[in-house]
Design a protein around this ligand. Structure first.
Ligand code: ZN
Length: 393
């Protein structure tokens, strides 16, 4: 159940009640693709850094270790010892982005595994069955994410099929939730709005899926190569046509600035690999912009990544030490950087919620965005080299 506590402009402060606990929104979902946050961060660690929701990946878990195995182990919550709400994406995006060859048919998608090349099929029913095996709190509908550069005609045809797939997802989920041995009989379903950058298709699709009374609605197909301005334009266009009394989830987005701007447009669920991926490369978020801890100027720096930060890295360690760990290829360096970045994102969401509650969201956003400009010019190139060397070693 979703309950709006306060509105400030278009920004929503709400509570979303699930069988795995109540989520305070706006919320950032922490990406644990293969049931693990990359960088050696455990579910126990997540409890100490202000996190609320974990996101896991249907496609990856289906291939390894297999959703059947997770089901036999009692579902994803038990398997990874996670007591927070978990959202699983549908696998649709990975089928289109990772698989080498694929054939899209009305029934679903034929493709080859990116791990060992063996032939697979996934359609709406398969995706729902896998997600039901995983027993996640929220399942995502199986959709096609057409390229931002696709022609109008193709996108229209694809979105029409995605709508038919959504109806099949809903029907299959209702059936699965009613079975005796279902891991989570209260599993919820979010639909996904598509339409690339075409306003007419996006709006028409938003209207059609809104009629289905789903548990939440996502805006998909963004952060795939369009400009930030195009993304904000799509949100300005489509969010008013999604039900206000349901969560609005912007998939795969984004930078702290993207999140601040999207909250202002009515979005309240986010997920992104940036904090963990950048953290592994020594690329760190602070309130004064991002820094590259591998820069030589931090060699003898005896201050934390950010003064006043409540994360486990900043409470105890200096930049000089963390920089040394990364240079030496020590796993602990990556871990501390990822913990800091995840804390930064999740803590920013706490600030966002407080600002909306006080009716000061616009002023908060402006101040936060201006502050983050200071270090924006630091290069991150070294970080990628270090990560590459570390993988080789
Ligand atoms: Zn920190």
């Amino acid at each position: 159940m979703y309950k709006i506590l306060k509105k400030d402009g278009n920004a929503k402060r709400a509570e979303f009640t699930t069988v795995h606990g109540t989520v305070q929104t706006p919320v950032f979902m922490n990406v644990a693709t293969v049931a693990a946050i990359k960088g050696g961060v455990s579910t126990e660690d997540l409890e100490g850094i202000d996190t609320q929701v974990v996101l896991s990946n249907t496609y990856h878990l289906h291939l390894r270790p297999g959703d059947e195995l997770v089901y036999r182990m009692g579902g994803l919550h038990k398997f990874m010892s996670c007591n927070k709400p978990i959202l699983t994406d549908s696998g649709g995006f990975q089928v289109f982005s990772l698989a080498k060859t694929r054939k899209i048919k009305e029934e679903g998608v034929y493709f080859h595994s990116h791990i060992d090349g063996h032939k697979l099929f996934m359609g709406p029913e398969e995706s729902m069955r896998i997600q039901s095996h995983l027993g996640s709190t929220i399942a995502m509908a199986f959709d096609e994410c057409p390229s931002a550069k696709a022609e109008h005609e193709y996108v229209q045809m694809s979105v029409d099929r995605t709508t038919r797939w959504l109806l099949r997802c809903k029907k299959e989920m209702d059936r699965l939730n009613g079975l005796e041995y279902t891991v989570n009989p209260h599993q919820m379903l979010f639909g996904i709005n598509q339409g690339a950058i075409f306003d007419d298709i996006r709006i028409e699709h938003a209207k059609r899926i809104s009629e289905l009374d789903l548990d939440g609605y996502a805006v998909g197909g963004l952060a795939v190569g369009e400009s930030h301005e195009e993304m904000y334009h799509v949100l300005d266009t489509v969010v008013p046509f999604l039900p206000e009394n349901k969560p609005t989830y912007l998939m795969g987005v984004g930078t702290p600035a993207n999140i601040l701007e999207s909250v202002d447009r009515g979005v309240d669920f986010f997920d992104c690999v940036y904090p963990s991926r950048n953290g592994r490369h020594g690329h760190l978020y602070t309130n004064r912009g991002h820094i590259n801890i591998l820069n030589a100027k931090y060699e003898m720096d005896d201050t934390p990544i950010e003064e006043g930060c409540g994360c486990p890295a900043c409470r105890r360690y200096t930049k000089a030490y963390i920089r040394h760990l990364l240079k030496a290829g020590e796993m602990l360096g990556m871990r501390l950087c990822v913990l800091h970045n995840l804390y930064f994102y999740n803590h920013m969401m706490t600030e966002i919620r407080e600002a909306i509650e006080k009716g000061e969201y616009k002023a908060y956003k402006k101040k936060k965005l201006e502050g983050m400009l200071e270090f924006d010019s630091e290069t991150i190139a070294d970080g990628y080299n270090i990560a590459r060397n570390w993988r080789k070693g």
